[in-house]
Ligand binder design. Structure first.
Ligand code: BGC
Length: 755
């Protein structure tokens, strides 16, 4: 009973300190092959809960109960009490009593829900995002979660893809800044800390650009685009210390990511220096058989383990085949040992050997989840994520001087947390109606739904399937009539419309990106009786909102704002706060423009070159403009900011020098407001064509009325690098333009030459 003895030694060890590396090696050496493999797969809650019926997944996967008992990684069990029970059971079952790792998707909050990541991107405020991630870590950690499958840092350009809501947007620099902020917030300084969780950078790699915007589709990008644009955010998350990485469902260079040796060994491990645990996405190893890259499950296991995937999420490939692959000599036991060592090391880093329950604590759960401090942070972040797309002066509203009709399916709706906040309950959310009535009890307000979110029977997404509580056609008509009556008697109308919260997220790709027609019909009927319309737009992706732009006096994009959404919306609508969000993703004119991104390339026949001499032979659409409806970085405020005195410290720079670019910003309006000053650089000529401009810096600052602040950016050579004609990551001498302004279409610029 040598193994039992080591188990007891380990318990001793746990009491003392974090396990020494040699002890980990000793443990590894003492484990049987089977036991090692039990560390290399992950199963979800269905397999562990006493009350869970072992139906579909278990039967489909064909995993024996004995293997379930040994499984070293658990997904989706949460709540301190339940987690502790699962941990006890797994440890009891295992020969060496190795604690299981408890993982969960905590994307934009656990119970206190922050805005969806795409909206968080619009804050241009990494400090705020870090704070939100720290709160999410805290709430989930006390509920037993030890590692979150976040942040998702995939670069996104196609709003047909429902998962754009999980990303911080279309820009590699912005995404990199946020990847770092998320990782730092989740993980803190000490992973053994009971109020932090491990982070996971996903989905490696390139998952954000599925062909034609269809989820799980293949990805076709050039190697240069992949390296230059898609990798930086993953790399930033890894540099920030993320302890795990998740593979993606798609192919890269036509090889599925989960079996792609070049991607996982050469790029991730070697080039990026990632030393942590690599986990597959849900069944993505097994899916290589459908993708036509693996002959069967055994072959898929071979490909994945050789490529360096340490944990197989929710498939039977590893658990059923690795032993045989090793015994027959197809896979060396060293590869298994490397993977298992990384997994044990991760558990050790998280402090699980000393403290298998880590943060799980029923009392703290009751105390801190949804506490005021967390709610206030969610409210602050939500308000800062809202993007004012239009305003002719109708906003802010006044609760004392005008009557206001809040109309639309979100007027009195608590379903305002995004699709990936599955642990949250709508009952904890604050609706617009609750917030407005609470803040302004004496105001003259009307609240009418007017219609459902979507048409009866309409399919929403793979996650949420179908909404059930529909109005009957008669009720629908009555609801519309009530809404029209309210609109007719009010001074102003706030139309609260947009996507249902489950219309974006995983498995929610759409061929069109419009607001459900039932809501647009309501909008048109309201427009007939009252034209003082402010649209409050709910969405998980940029939508085609041309008609709203034409017919409304203001549009405030609030995305899916989360738990404190109603309060944050009231704060902004009534002017307690001026909006300061800037788009993290361009709003296309219509679906025909996607994929679209501001950092595109000039063509040989750019439309701008033919402004004065129109020609049919230039790069343009015949029926729609080239420009998006709203560009990346765009967003209005209740005040106006004047930019002046753009200057550069030198018009030449050597590779070892730095130069400064400065600009003065003045708040010309009556509101205290925040502005995000953005700096874009264009490399005018390169050995490969260079983007028309790229974001290289931003600063967000608050200004009082009439206040002027000088903002300075430093430019150094490292900011000018790219993959050149020979795939060297370098900068090239020549002319650069530096644009500074309010969004990615800003025109003011200075130039310098790199020598
Ligand atoms: C998603 C991942 C997620 C995993 C576990 C998959 O379907 O693609 O992002 O982390 O499920 O829930």
């Amino acid at each position: 009973m040598q193994q039992r003895k080591i188990g007891n030694d380990l318990k001793e060890q746990r009491r003392e300190s974090q396990m020494e590396k040699e002890k980990l090696q000793e443990l590894l050496q003492d484990m049987s092959l089977k036991e090692k493999i039990s560390q290399m797969f992950q199963l979800n809650a269905n397999f562990f809960m006493d009350d869970a019926v072992l139906t579909g997944p278990l039967q489909e996967l064909g995993i024996a109960q004995e293997d379930v008992n040994q499984c070293g990684n658990v997904l989706g069990v949460y709540g301190a009490k339940k987690v502790k029970a699962v941990i006890d059971k797994q440890m009891e079952n295992q020969e060496h009593h190795i604690p299981p790792l408890i993982m969960q998707d905590v994307i934009n909050g656990y119970k206190t829900i922050f805005p969806i990541p795409l909206a968080q991107g619009c804050t241009f405020n990494p400090a705020l995002i870090k704070k939100g991630a720290a709160i999410s870590a805290r709430e989930s950690a006390v509920s037993g979660v030890q590692l979150t499958f976040a942040p998702m840092v995939d670069l996104v350009r196609d709003s047909r893809w429902g998962r754009v809501m999980e990303s911080t947007g279309e820009d590699k620099y912005l995404n990199s800044r946020f990847a770092k902020a998320f990782v730092e917030g989740f993980q803190g300084n000490d992973l053994t800390d009971t109020e932090h969780v491990g982070a996971c950078i996903k989905h490696f790699a390139g998952y954000g650009l599925p062909d034609a915007g269809r989820d799980y589709n293949n990805v076709e990008v050039s190697q240069r685009t992949f390296m230059d644009d898609m990798l930086p955010a993953y790399e930033a998350g890894i540099k920030a210390g993320a302890v795990t990485v998740m593979t993606s469902f798609n192919t890269i260079n036509r090889i599925p990511a989960s079996g792609n040796k070049w991607l996982l060994r050469d790029i991730l491990r070697q080039k990026m220096g990632f030393k942590g645990v690599l986990i597959s996405d849900w069944q993505s190893i097994w899916e290589m058989t459908s993708q036509g890259n693996a002959e069967n499950e055994k072959d898929a296991a071979r490909l994945a383990v050789k490529a360096g995937v340490d944990i197989d999420m929710m498939s039977n490939c590893y658990v059923k085949n690795l032993e045989e692959l090793v015994l027959e000599g197809t896979v060396s036991e060293e590869i298994i040992d490397e993977a298992v060592y990384r997994i044990l090391e991760l558990k050790n880093k998280l402090g699980l050997f000393e403290n298998p329950y880590k943060g799980a604590d029923e009392e703290k759960e009751a105390d801190i989840i949804l506490c005021n401090e967390h709610r206030n942070a969610a409210r602050e972040m939500a308000a800062e994520s809202f993007v004012l797309l239009e305003n002719d002066g109708i906003l802010p509203l006044s609760a004392s001087d005008e009557s206001i009709a809040f109309i639309g399916p979100f007027a009195n709706c608590k379903e305002i947390h995004g699709a990936w906040s599955m642990i949250a309950s709508a009952k904890d959310n604050i609706s617009i109606k609750e917030a407005v009535q609470d803040a302004y009890p004496n105001g003259t307000f009307y609240f009418e739904n007017g219609c459902n979110h979507i048409e009866d029977g309409a399919k929403i997404s793979g996650f949420g399937s179908v909404v059930t509580d529909f109005f009957t056609p008669e009720e629908e008509e009555e609801a519309q009539v009530r809404a029209i009556e309210a609109a007719a008697k009010a001074d102003k109308v706030v139309m609260t419309i947009g996507e249902h919260r489950l219309q974006s997220g995983e498995a929610a790709s759409y061929g069109d990106i419009k607001i459900p027609s039932i809501q647009m019909e309501l909008f048109r009927r309201i427009y007939e009786v009252n034209r003082n319309i402010v649209v409050v737009l709910f969405n998980g992706r940029p939508l085609d909102i041309r008609e709203l732009k034409d017919k409304s006096k203001a549009i405030l994009d609030v995305w899916f704002p989360g738990t404190e959404g109603g309060n944050a919306i009231a704060d902004v609508l009534f002017g307690k706060k001026s909006p300061s969000g800037k788009l993290s993703m361009s709003f296309p004119f219509c679906v025909g423009q996607v994929p679209i991104h501001y950092d595109c390339f000039s063509t040989g026949r750019p439309l701008s070159a033919y402004k004065d001499q129109p020609t049919r032979f230039c790069s343009q659409y015949v029926d729609i403009p080239n420009e998006p409806l709203y560009p990346f970085g765009y967003g209005l405020s209740y005040t106006t900011f004047e930019y002046s005195n753009l200057a550069i410290s030198s018009d030449t720079m050597t590779k070892s020098e730095e130069i400064m670019v400065s600009v003065d910003i003045t708040n010309k309006g009556d509101y205290i407001a925040k502005e995000t000053v953005q700096m874009y650089i264009q490399d005018v000529k390169g050995s490969v064509v260079r983007p028309v401009r790229e974001l290289k810096g931003f600063q967000k600052l608050a200004l009082k009325p009439e206040e002027t602040v000088t903002v300075t950016f430093t430019i150094d050579e490292s900011m000018l690098r790219f993959y050149d004609g020979d795939m060297n990551y370098t900068s090239e001498p020549g002319l650069f333009r530096v644009y500074v302004g309010q969004d990615s279409s800003c025109k003011e610029m200075v130039t310098f030459t790199l020598r």
